[in-house]
Design a protein around this ligand. Structure first.
Ligand SMILES: [Zn+2]
Length: 433
């Protein structure tokens, strides 16, 4: 870190020397340096350019090149945070008074907790020929950037929301080993692969059902943050898994009651309405039925199933529905109950915390994170106590005969079919264009 700074300062001095003689030339060089960023996108995410050319651009204002907010008369210095660095120790590498340093830090702290700065984070400093800081820029998170302007008698800070461009793209591949590993080999982002697995997990046992040469075809949306080229993956629009000619396919659709859901060509929500296991990687630790209660010590009916999982493991909503209870609930500890329809509810106990922003009356979609495994209430260790309630009585989730999902009818069905046709046409366009 110190060595690289020395190199930077040394090269800055050389540039300063050149500046007097070849000022215009250096300006040109700087300009090219900031322009250079465009292609990084492809290296970072390992998407090959050919695939990218087939992506559809929704926003015509898109521009891969960096924007020119940089005043070319300042030198731009990139500092990569190393272990042991603090913001103050980084500032000390520049020509700056202690008073000014603290002024800058206190301004930043109003909008960003500097302790959250991580190793490998990048901070950009714009300095004049005396190595005095004129401007500091760094990303607060994937969507926001802080810009600190340092003037002789003031420090100003701006929180800039970064502009995004939305895209959609399509890929297809054959499975030779597993959906996940072959997906990665074919440059599908892990975020999309996880969604794909979750989408088909109601129909397929990925260990047993997937045969060699299973075809997977998928279309999905993503945003690119224009300023830093980072990508954010969004929803799957269309997905097909074809095993020996047996096709399973889903189209994304926003239903009239406001849920984003997936339907087959006929408008049937092939998804079953309630998950039997609303978390990943959990082990069933206590079944439904009579048992000696681990804390109370006497025989008692266990009206749910327990899944042992580490504290903090995300818990998913077992089905689409509305939260009817969220908060502390006696022996259940931190507890959520979701009403799915007239007959079915699910309940979740002993949670360590709830997903931020959830409250009573909120709508949740199946598979959406609602909270995290914990050990609150009457509990001997981190686990999820899960109940499925049918006509106000707890039933054994593992013996649940799943009710069929929603079927679209009338106007909603016509709307879905138009939408599905468009999604499919776009998908083929992107694959074969
Ligand atoms: Zn339990």
């Amino acid at each position: 870190m110190i060595l690289s700074l020395k190199i930077l300062i040394f090269s800055t001095l050389i540039i300063v020397g050149y500046y007097f003689f070849y000022s215009e030339y250096i300006k040109l060089n700087n300009y090219e340096f900031t322009e250079n960023k465009g292609n990084q996108l492809f290296d970072d995410v390992n998407i090959n350019i050919k695939n990218f050319e087939t992506t559809k651009q929704k926003d015509n204002k898109k521009n891969y090149a960096n924007t020119h907010e940089t005043d070319v008369s300042y030198d731009k210095i990139e500092i990569i945070v190393s272990k042991g660095d603090t913001f103050l120790s980084i500032l000390k590498e520049f020509n700056i008074s202690e008073k000014k340093s603290f002024e800058i830090i206190s301004e930043i702290e109003k909008l960003f907790d500097l302790r959250k700065l991580k190793v490998k984070n990048k901070i950009f400093f714009y300095v004049n020929t005396k190595n005095s800081i004129k401007k500091i820029e760094f990303n607060k998170n994937i969507n926001e950037k802080l810009i600190v302007s340092v003037n002789s008698n003031s420090v100003e800070i701006e929180n800039k929301i970064l502009k995004k461009t939305s895209y959609q793209t399509s890929k297809d591949f054959n499975i030779n080993n597993s959906l996940y590993s072959d997906g990665l080999k074919n440059n599908l982002p892990p975020d999309i692969l996880i969604k794909l697995i979750r989408l088909f997990s109601f129909d397929l046992d990925f260990q047993r059902d997937i045969k060699k040469n299973t075809l997977v075809s998928v279309s999905y949306e993503f945003d690119q943050i224009n300023d830093n080229d980072k990508l954010e993956y969004k929803d799957i629009l269309y997905a097909l898994i074809s095993i020996n000619g047996n096709k399973l396919e889903y189209f994304k659709f926003l239903t009239n009651d406001g849920f984003i859901d997936y339907f087959n060509k006929d408008g049937k929500n092939v998804k079953k309405s309630i998950l039997k296991t609303p978390l990943d990687g959990a082990r069933l630790s206590s079944n439904f039925g009579m048992r000696k209660h681990p804390i109370l010590g006497y025989n008692k009916m266990h009206k749910g199933v327990d899944f042992a999982a580490p504290t903090g493991t995300p818990i998913y909503a077992g089905g689409n529905g509305v939260i009817e209870y969220i908060g502390n609930n006696g022996g259940y500890g931190k507890y959520i109950r979701i009403r799915h329809n007239n007959e079915y509810k699910t309940a979740y106990g002993h949670m360590s915390g709830f997903k931020k922003g959830l409250s009573k009356g909120a709508r949740v979609n199946q598979g959406e994170i609602i909270g995290y495994v914990g050990s609150t209430g009457r509990s001997t260790g981190p686990h999820l106590h899960y109940e499925i309630i049918f006509q106000n009585k707890q039933i054994n989730p593992l013996k649940l005969k799943l009710p069929s999902g929603k079927v679209l009818k009338g106007d909603e069905l016509s709307k879905f079919q138009r939408e599905a046709k468009r999604i499919y046409a776009d998908h083929l366009n992107q694959l074969y264009e």
